[in-house]
Ligand binder design. Structure first.
Ligand SMILES: NC(=O)c1ccc[n+]([C@@H]2O[C@H](COP(=O)([O-])OP(=O)(O)OC[C@H]3O[C@@H](n4cnc5c(N)ncnc54)[C@H](OP(=O)(O)O)[C@@H]3O)[C@@H](O)[C@H]2O)c1
Length: 328
């Protein structure tokens, strides 16, 4: 049987998208060996298609993500644009049967359609890159913990706020620490999502949706962020061996509770050991007990790792479905 070729369309070619295309070039042969399908980058959609992109000549570069998502010749749509309207592009691609792979937590966490798809394990939607970049928590929750009752989720889901709090507790001013995070490429200048809690809230909404198998819209999360007002507390608790961190917390008893808030962590709390852009996720499962993951939660290469994992998974799914159809 001829090797099936899956045509991939990419929306967004910034920090994450460029890293993805760079590493996809190496991964194509590996994915083909492992899945039996060849993935070929066919189209890219960006805001400024005239910029130099260093992509193979055959790749079509345009500025219309909606059209890319609706193109019947595109089998896999990978989205790394951060555009708020991406949810409608992704929903259109899913509806026509394409596999959809996204890094865009805000688009997912604010879309009832995509949250429904995640909650109900839509086989065409892949979102590993939306939470904690390279830490493989989305598929673990979705698949490995299928039989579990997830009682609580606790974590540090935003590395930039940890980076800044780590600096201010050692004496740096809030403004200098935020500028250092921006200079290190950890946050966009002027962006508030890392500190006001909305970035972490989108990730918590996605995790809770998968864990509880019901859409948890980001609006349901109580959010308190960190800012210059947090500095005195961060320093005071640091002097006592404790840490102030922006913590995501969700638990279920007779009701579901979800919040993002600055919280003082005791010295022996595993989450207190987290520094820089490391993310931490702790789950409380009825049978498995307490489970924890730590790892790099941001960066182009780390996020590309998660996107490539999803591309390989989608390719494997395509081949398995085709085999079933041929055998029937
Ligand atoms: N950076 C990280 O560490 C990281 C980690 C995990 C997840 N993510 C997520 O990954 C996504 C991308 O992040 P990024 O850091 O790569 O962003 P970025 O560097 O700003 O790149 C965004 C890309 O998307 C394109 N784009 C934006 N809006 C568009 C629109 N309306 N139509 C067409 N193209 C559009 C831009 O086009 P131009 O090139 O023409 O401007 C650019 O290529 C976001 O959802 C982010 O939350 C990022």
């Amino acid at each position: 049987m001829a090797v099936p070729v899956l045509r991939l369309g990419l929306i967004g070619h910034g920090t994450v998208g460029q890293s993805f295309t760079h590493h996809l070039a190496d991964a194509v042969a590996r994915i083909e060996r492992r899945t039996g399908a060849r993935v070929q980058l066919a189209r890219v959609a960006v805001r400024h298609p005239d910029r130099v992109r260093h992509l193979a000549r055959h790749v079509h570069i345009g500025d219309d993500p909606q059209q890319l998502a609706s193109d019947p010749a595109i089998d896999l749509v990978v989205e790394a644009s951060g555009a708020p309207q991406a949810a409608s592009w992704l929903a259109a691609a899913l509806a026509r049967g394409a596999a959809v792979i996204t890094a865009n937590k805000q688009a997912v966490a604010n879309s009832n359609v995509l949250l429904q798809a995640l909650a109900h394990r839509h086989p065409g939607l892949f979102a590993e890159a939306t939470v904690a970049a390279a830490v493989p928590i989305v598929r673990t929750l979705r698949d490995s913990l299928q039989g579990e009752d997830i009682r609580a989720i606790r974590g540090i889901l935003n590395g930039t706020s940890t980076f800044v709090l780590s600096a201010v507790e050692r004496g740096t001013s809030w403004e200098e620490a935020v500028a250092a995070a921006s200079a290190a490429g950890l946050s966009e200048r002027g962006s508030t999502a890392d500190f006001d809690g909305t970035d972490a809230a989108a990730k918590l909404a996605i995790l809770a949706t998968i864990a509880w198998r019901t859409p948890v819209h980001v609006d349901r999360i109580r959010i308190h962020g960190v800012g210059a007002h947090s500095v005195p507390v961060a320093r005071a608790v640091f002097a006592e061996g404790r840490r102030l961190r922006l913590v995501a917390d969700a638990w279920a008893n007779d009701q579901r509770h979800l919040l993002i808030e600055p919280r003082v962590l005791e010295a022996d709390d595993p989450l207190a050991q987290v520094s820089d852009v490391t993310n931490a996720i702790e789950l409380e499962a009825a049978l498995a007990g307490q489970l924890r993951w730590f790892g790099p939660g941001a960066g182009g290469v780390r996020t590309a790792s998660a996107l490539l994992a999803d591309v390989a998974q989608a390719a494997a799914g395509y081949v398995a479905t085709r085999r079933t159809q041929v055998a029937a």
